[in-house]
Design a protein around this ligand. Structure first.
Ligand code: AGP
Length: 371
């Protein structure tokens, strides 16, 4: 009923709008009075954590994209090598695992069969397993050595939204926690990053307050036959997530690419009027932003319609953006928390305009309990 959906037409839309609260809840109570990050569901001792020399993240679908973002965060802050692997592929490549490997399983439902089988395989090889999960007492956390619960609340829409954003929060917290335990030079920056994270719920709200702009744009594309998404660094998994949402809900061909990879093939797809959604990195010291801008310039020169998500004050993008949606100012590594939101709104509205059942897309189940 409409009441269950808080007046929204779909659970998905309700869940998109719950994200400021969900993210805030996932951050709640994580700092000790002494200013140290604490994750009390991590039942691994500091000594055990210091022993870890490799991390393998396993997950499926949207949760896999959260894992891709986690790799950037963990390697940057902790200097521990991270591999991210699709759970369904993991067991079959004979992965190299031992007691000093930490396997991180990310699953909203905690019941995904591919992910469950992967952690069972890891435990047989004596690896430690940490689950990032939204469902208390589900199978994956029960079979893991440690768990960080996300506090998104129940997610009903088949398309994951608040589940994804809170997984990102858990991944950042895990990365910061490992940095603190290992005492890397970023250990001292934990405070600063936590403060930036605490500002995010209000920044997500700022994006949601402009939902109508995204809806109007989405309705222009009911007849589109293909949409491309471009990102770099932590924006690359966001591009993949934006494309997956369109496939799932609007049954529309959509693909996400790392912008630097364009010239190695995908740019051949670009022709007149093709909508290309671009996630522009924050302006840092590292040229990432400028490289992205030149990639956007390239596709536009070949006729693409460029729809750019770029932070407030980014004027360099203006000449190359056919449509510009402003993102709040967030460092590139944390940008997925705000950049994903307009893409969720876009897919939800486009699917609604096409007359699809957004909460129950064809051929899909909320949790996939068969391999
Ligand atoms: C996302 O919108 C999906 N419906 C799907 O990709 C999902 O993320 C995947 O099946 C993994 O589910 P889990 O997080 O519950 O393990």
């Amino acid at each position: 009923s409409a009441a269950e959906k808080d007046g929204h037409d779909w659970f998905m839309r309700k869940e998109i709008f719950e994200q400021p609260r969900a993210v805030a809840d996932s951050l709640l109570g994580r700092m000790s009075p002494e200013g140290l990050l604490q994750l009390d569901e991590v039942r691994l001792s500091d000594d055990e954590l210091r022993e870890i020399d490799k991390i393998i993240i396993i997950a499926c679908g949207t949760s896999f994209y959260a894992g891709m973002v986690a790799k950037y965060a963990i390697e940057h802050w902790c200097r521990i090598p991270v591999e991210v692997e699709l759970a369904s592929e993991f067991r079959y490549r004979d992965p190299i695992l031992n007691y000093s490997t930490l396997v991180v399983a990310i699953s909203q439902s905690g019941e995904t069969a591919d992910t469950l089988q992967a952690i069972r395989h890891a435990r047989v090889q004596r690896s430690k397993v940490l689950a990032i999960c939204n469902t208390n007492g589900s199978t994956i956390p029960r079979e893991s050595d440690a768990v960080i619960y996300t506090h998104a609340g129940p997610e009903i829409g088949v398309a994951s939204t608040k589940g994804f954003l809170t997984q990102l929060v858990a991944c950042y917290l895990l990365a910061l926690y490992l940095a603190q335990v290992k005492g890397t030079r970023y250990g001292d920056e934990v405070h600063q990053v936590v403060r930036q994270l605490e500002a995010v719920p209000a920044q997500i709200q700022d994006v949601l307050d402009r939902a109508e702009d995204v809806y109007a744009l989405a309705r222009e594309y009911v007849d589109a036959s293909s949409v491309l998404f471009l990102g770099r660094h932590a924006g690359y998994p966001v591009a993949l997530e934006g494309a997956l949402k369109l496939k799932e809900l609007a049954y529309l061909h959509a693909e996400g690419f790392a912008a630097g990879e364009l010239k190695h093939g995908p740019i051949a797809l670009v022709d007149d009027g093709l909508p290309v959604l671009c996630i522009v990195p924050s302006r840092g010291r590292d040229h990432l932003h400028d490289k992205m801008v030149s990639g956007i310039q390239e596709v536009r020169a070949r006729g693409a319609r460029t729809i750019c998500l770029a932070e407030v004050g980014d004027t360099a993008i203006e000449p190359y953006a056919d449509v510009l949606f402003r993102l709040p100012k967030v460092p590139t590594l944390l940008q997925p928390l705000v950049a994903t939101v307009p893409l969720q709104l876009f897919a939800c509205e486009l699917a609604t305009a096409k007359g699809h059942d957004v909460d129950q897309p064809r051929n899909l189940a909320k949790s996939v309990t068969v391999e």
